[in-house]
Design a protein around this ligand. Structure first.
Ligand SMILES: NC(=O)c1ccc[n+]([C@@H]2O[C@H](COP(=O)([O-])OP(=O)(O)OC[C@H]3O[C@@H](n4cnc5c(N)ncnc54)[C@H](OP(=O)(O)O)[C@@H]3O)[C@@H](O)[C@H]2O)c1
Length: 255
């Protein structure tokens, strides 16, 4: 029970990686706030309230809050509701994201470009804007931004829009980490590897390497480790799941 007593907000927790992290945090004793859009336009299964109910049925504590992270009024209302219910926020996982990958630049319409940038950049910005004042008062907290190798490697195949959005999120994380250092708030980036999520499956380009993709739940221990950090222990880092236990995390020393 590494997260006993902690309060953690996980955005995009209706399915995929966000749901997996929410479930892992609850298993570790955290009170989990699961968020996703009030009406998902994807047609995919799952809602934030269903994730919270599943956690509750497994004996965990969770609150499901419909919240579109691109809408400031909804983000503020979500944070207010969390404070009313739990009175503190220890962890924010900015996981909600849109993926446009494997598409040629000229095929991406301006409206889709804008909504991708809005969810992947404005969303984490708004969530941080409303959560950080709470963490600053507490003088501790951990923000985990879900990044991607595609925001670093031009040959990874992410394409312009998605890669640019994740590169921006990485830089926001690095600069914010410096600003939050004096408040003992950690800001780190988790690169979760290629996932077998529902959101990934609906993108045909992703199916070419489906067999070597990993289950979202494999990121659970990494996400727990990052949740336990403060600026004193680890901040401003981009970390990849593949290196967990090797170059970061509980690194075992060679015998
Ligand atoms: N899949 C991969 O291989 C991979 C690799 C590297 C990084 N990532 C990143 O990991 C994160 C999760 O990926 P995933 O594969 O689990 O994605 P996914 O299956 O498509 O799930 C995305 C989640 O984000 C939520 N969401 C989307 N727009 C939202 C908004 N405006 N407000 C609130 N919630 C919103 C969705 O919920 P609703 O639709 O119910 O609102 C859903 O819960 C993303 O940031 C993605 O970029 C994924």
């Amino acid at each position: 029970m590494q997260m006993k007593g902690m309060v953690a907000i996980v955005t995009g927790a209706s399915r995929g990686l966000g749901k997996a992290i929410a479930i892992e945090y609850a298993r570790e004793g955290a009170k989990v706030v699961a968020c996703s859009r009030p009406q998902s336009p994807t047609g995919l299964s799952g809602t934030a309230t269903e994730t919270a109910a599943e956690i509750g049925s497994q004996g965990g504590e969770a609150l499901g809050i419909p919240c579109d992270v691109t809408n400031e009024a909804q983000v503020k209302a979500m944070v207010d509701q969390v404070m009313e219910r739990y009175g503190r926020i220890d962890v924010l996982v900015n996981n909600a994201g849109l993926m446009i990958v494997g598409e040629p630049f000229l095929d991406i319409e301006p409206e889709r470009w804008d909504s991708l940038m809005s969810v992947n950049i404005r969303g984490p910005y708004l969530c941080c804007r409303h959560v950080l004042p709470v963490m600053m008062k507490q003088r501790r907290g951990s923000v985990i931004n879900i990044g991607s190798r595609m925001g670093i490697e031009v040959t990874a195949g992410g394409g312009t829009a998605y890669s640019a959005s994740k590169a921006a999120l990485h830089m926001i994380s690095h600069t914010l980490a410096e600003e939050m250092r004096e408040h003992n708030i950690a800001v780190n980036i988790l690169s979760p590897g290629s996932l077998r999520s529902e959101g990934a499956w609906v993108i045909p380009w992703n199916r070419r390497n489906w067999d070597i993709r990993i289950e979202p739940a494999e990121n659970g221990p990494c996400a727990v480790y990052l949740a336990l950090q403060t600026a004193d222990s680890m901040t401003g880092q981009y970390v990849h799941i593949d290196n967990f236990g090797k170059t970061w995390g509980q690194v075992s020393s060679p015998r």
